[in-house]
Design a protein around this ligand. Structure first.
Ligand SMILES: *Cc1c(COP(=O)(O)O)cnc(C)c1O
Length: 356
């Protein structure tokens, strides 16, 4: 089965082999060494990031990493602004609300880019806003939010930036230096091509070293993970095999030219799929601003999800429906993971057979 859903992804042979490695206890020195190796590899995906930011590994899905970021870094006595244009932005607002932390949501249309003027206006109206949380790639629609301008607004006002980069870390540009984010949350099983169950947060070293704040939750206290992992320990049972798989997956990423090379591969796949779908009457939802790893398409006249999904699944491909109000209007095709040329050719045929 080739997975064209936005995570988990189809695994390479190397990552699959890593899952078969010998059993290992998470309290042994071999696991400490594995953890250290993964942390260093994560920190080297974006050149220069290691100077200012450090990785913290978690046994949790991507939402767990986002929740840990907010649990650890969103303050209790000042306000976090959540800028949302999709499911995952709105989820961060929900998380903060459940954590009982002061937050304001700027929840815009799922189909539009973030309106910078509205962000600016809210920041002016609410001087108590000290943190801003935003999604980089909003997987709801496939839009890559333009974060440079938002980061600039934050820098000018000394507002701390927290980014959900769950579906972009490893294949889109993240500017650790200029954006200077407090934290970026992501996962092993999207653009990094590992398996589900392992996720991570890259946070400013200085804050990890010196922050005295206590996270809202015990399990998601990143400061504790940071201290433990640096000293060769792990606070809870970790997804050992998932760590092994991520280590192998990171080797593949770094050996093949890192995030920019991967972005190029995704872009080429997405372009081929879009061209074929256009011929079959399925137009993209977004006129511009789509990410490399996922696009949303409007159904051609008379077509709907179930026959499309089932027809493709019978031919070896899993695609994804739209969410919420977009459910009846769009389907989504991701281009992450191990997909060979033969797979691409047979996908083209499958699309033609099912939609033609
Ligand atoms: C997939 C995704 C998540 C959630 O990840 P899970 O692994 O499903 O918990 C969060 N944010 C974004 C942008 C995502 O694409």
């Amino acid at each position: 089965m080739i997975l064209l859903n936005p995570g988990p992804v189809s695994l390479s042979a190397k990552v699959r082999r890593a899952l078969q490695a010998e059993d290992l206890c998470h309290r042994e020195p071999e696991f400490a060494a594995l953890t250290k190796a993964i942390l260093e590899k994560l920190e080297s995906v974006y050149r220069g990031a290691a100077q200012t930011h450090a990785a913290v590994l978690l046994t949790a899905s991507g939402s767990g990493a986002v929740e840990a970021m907010l649990s650890t870094f969103a303050p209790r006595n000042s306000t976090t602004l959540v800028v949302a244009n999709g499911v995952y932005g709105e989820r961060m607002l929900d998380m903060l609300t459940r954590q009982g932390k002061p937050c304001i949501g700027l929840t815009g249309s799922w189909e539009s880019p973030i309106e910078l003027e509205s962000v600016e206006r809210l920041l002016a109206e609410h001087p108590d806003i000290s943190h801003l949380a935003v999604v980089h790639h909003e997987t709801t629609t496939g839009r890559l939010n333009e974060l440079s301008a938002i980061a600039k607004l934050c820098a000018e006002r000394q507002i701390e930036l927290m980014i959900d980069a769950v579906s972009s870390f490893g294949a889109e540009w993240l500017d650790f230096e200029v954006w200077n984010p407090l934290a970026i949350a992501s996962t092993a099983n999207k653009c990094l091509h590992g398996v589900p169950g392992v996720s991570f947060v890259m946070a400013r070293r200085e804050t990890l070293e010196h922050s005295q704040t206590q996270a809202t939750t015990l399990y998601f206290d990143l400061l504790r993970y940071y201290r433990d992992q640096r000293s060769g320990w792990s606070p809870f049972t970790q997804a050992v095999q998932g760590f092994m798989a991520l280590d192998a997956a990171l080797d593949e990423l770094l050996d093949s030219g890192s995030w920019s090379a991967r972005r190029e591969v995704y872009r080429q796949r997405s372009a081929r799929i879009a061209t074929r779908l256009a011929r079959l009457g399925a137009q993209p939802l977004l006129a511009e601003g789509a990410s490399s790893m996922l696009r949303s398409y409007l159904y051609p006249e008379g077509k709907s999800y179930t026959p499309l999904h089932d027809g493709l699944k019978k031919r070896g491909f899993t695609i994804y429906a739209g969410q919420g109000p977009l459910q009846a209007r769009i389907f989504r095709i991701a281009t992450m993971g191990e997909i060979g040329e033969e797979d691409m050719l047979s996908l083209m045929n499958a699309l033609t057979e099912v939609l033609g």
